[in-house]
Design a protein around this ligand. Structure first.
Ligand SMILES: [Zn+2]
Length: 573
């Protein structure tokens, strides 16, 4: 008998079998029940999360002769035959992306279905279509034949023109949770008589990163690799991974100056034929988690075991960790061009160990944290000290202690002038574009990758707690959970600008406001749009939006404060 891949064998045949995506399942079932199906659906989400599977199930549901609560009965002639009939057409836009293919599709779509109520076109990876092909598709979507339903599937929603997305009912597929993946794999393992440990299943789920298809394919691979019971180590062996416990052991040995153990570790790795590239990637991603812990970033961003990460965070300073990441990055770049990789790796790790230990002062974690805070406050300290100078100019022999009475230190955090803030918000609404927003959001969702970037780490750690609300050409509104975050971002406005320029490939005038304030602006916007008000672009007062508060020695600190933050915002205490 021909071998059937597990993924195909266990592909869900009805809604209830689909793992996760419960909202989508509910909406689709009720639309069948209520007879409110539309002619174009857009399924977007990460790979392997069930988009095509759901599209096929939908094709059954809309054609089923006797649906049960909106679900396909899986018994009628239509349910049994439709997926093999000519009425469900699956097109891979990655290889059929031209205008001719779509024109051809349009012509065929006009022909009535052979045996079914609806012809269902499933276009996979639809973002791969050329502009002309999208235009051709758009004509069909504008006036679809009554008997045709399109299901467009994509992993890159933001690459689809607004003209297309606006004509579709949109569904966002989420990554599947590790627990859901484990549950599903367990069921398959029982049915297939695969003997596998629970922690091996969990590791597969983690590696698959929310993709059901990848996880089942991985199980399939492990089954053929291993005749007997599958353990966690088998998982590591097959994917070339080293466990995070092994990474901990390695770095504890580096901390303790155990050269022999380090040599031993890499020789074993070499013997087992493990891949250095994959290993170093794992170490870097582990060290990224160490940085996150040290910076007290929300633990939801941490992918490795928190206990393991804490062990290493307690041993090394943040500087050490950055150096380790830099060091491994460089080593990775050099490795591909050498023949005896293990020798180079061992020599370099011993060198790194020496450097870390010679520079390392036994400081406890609290000292490290204090250091980080000092760095972050550097700018603030600069402000206060120059403020002291200015005030000293104002009144000779002024007691420095009294300076603190002049203005509360919080007011020394630069703020955007009220006028400029209103203009930026107005202009962002004037140029607001959903496509640009989606595009920026998708880039913004990757910013945790920059937490290990020395230059941007402090600002990224703050930006992680903000949300892009509106965006358009050169304008951007962010919301933040608290004023503390707002202040931190304004203190680093230029660095933020620089970061955005690098991340978004474009310059943005932006404001960041707290959630309450954002809700007010949003409501006002909605009200204005409803009443027909148009937002016109206004000119910004000053290109230099945020000025150093006390960068020159003019003795007019209070005037400057009024000028910069508006009189209302300066409080004397
Ligand atoms: Zn049926």
């Amino acid at each position: 008998m021909e071998y059937l891949a597990l993924y195909r064998k266990y592909r869900p045949k009805e809604l209830d079998e689909v793992v996760g995506q419960s909202e989508i399942k509910k909406i689709l079932a009720s639309s069948i029940q209520n007879g409110t199906i539309t002619h174009a659906y857009l399924f977007s989400g990460p790979r392997g999360t069930g988009k095509t599977t759901m599209a096929k199930i939908l094709a059954k549901m809309v054609n089923c002769e006797s649906p049960v609560n909106g679900n396909a009965c899986n018994k009628c002639q239509s349910c049994l035959n439709i997926l093999n009939s000519n009425d469900v057409i699956e097109i891979d836009a990655a290889s059929n992306n031209g205008v001719d293919e779509i024109r051809d599709l349009r012509e065929k779509a006009n022909l009535v279905p052979t045996n079914s109520k609806y012809k269902v076109y499933i276009i996979d990876e639809v973002h791969m279509l050329t502009t002309q092909a999208f235009n051709a598709l758009l004509k069909t979507l504008e006036e679809p034949p009554k008997h045709v339903i399109f299901v467009l599937a994509t992993t890159e929603y933001y690459r689809i023109p607004l003209t297309i997305t606006s004509r579709c009912q949109k569904f966002q597929f989420n990554k599947i949770s590790n627990n859901d993946i484990v549950e599903r794999l367990k069921k398959i393992s029982v049915l297939e008589k695969i003997d596998i440990d629970d922690d091996a299943l969990m590791e597969i789920a983690k590696i698959s990163d929310g993709g059901m298809r990848d996880s089942i394919n991985f199980l399939d691979q492990l089954r053929s690799f291993n005749g007997g019971k599958i353990t966690l180590n088998d998982v590591y062996d097959v994917c070339g991974n080293v466990s995070s416990q092994e990474i901990v052991t390695l770095f504890v040995n580096i901390y303790n100056n155990n050269a022999e153990e380090i040599v031993d570790f890499f020789e074993k790795m070499d013997l087992n034929g493990k891949n250095y590239g994959k290993f170093f990637e794992d170490v870097i991603s582990f060290m990224k988690d160490v940085v996150l812990i040290k910076r007290e970033v929300n633990s939801k961003y941490i992918k490795s075991s928190i206990d393991d990460v804490k062990k290493i965070a307690n041993l090394f300073t943040l500087d050490n960790v950055f150096n380790i990441i830099d060091f491994i990055n460089n080593l990775m770049g050099r490795l591909s061009s050498v023949s005896r990789q293990s020798v180079i790796v061992i020599a370099n790790f011993l060198l790194m160990m020496d450097r870390i230990n010679s520079s390392y002062q036994a400081e406890n974690l609290n000292d490290d944290i204090k250091k980080i805070h000092d760095n972050e406050n550097e700018k603030f300290i600069k402000f206060t000290s120059s403020k002291k100078e200015n005030s000293a100019n104002l009144t000779d022999n002024h007691n420095l202690k009294d300076d603190k009475v002049v203005v509360d230190s919080n007011d020394l955090i630069p703020k955007i002038s009220v006028k400029n803030k209103e203009i930026i918000i107005n202009n962002t609404f004037a140029v607001a574009s959903k496509i640009i927003k989606n595009n920026l959001q998708s880039k913004f969702s990757m910013i945790s990758d920059y937490l290990t970037d020395k230059k941007f780490t402090s600002i990224v750690g703050t930006l992680i707690d903000t949300t892009i609300e509106v965006a358009g050409d050169n304008y951007l509104i962010l919301s933040a959970k608290s004023d503390l975050i707002v202040d931190k971002i304004y203190s680093n406005y230029r660095l933020c600008n620089e970061f955005f320029k690098m991340l978004f490939d474009n310059e943005y005038n932006f404001v960041v406001i707290n959630n309450d304030e954002w809700n007010k602006y949003r409501d006002e916007y909605i009200k204005n749009i409803r009443s027909g008000k148009k937002y016109e672009l206004k000119e910004l007062n000053d290109n230099n939006l945020i000025q150093e508060l006390v960068s020159d020695s003019e003795p007019t600190i209070v005037d400057k404060l009024f000028d910069l933050v508006g009189e209302d915002n300066v409080e004397f205490k």
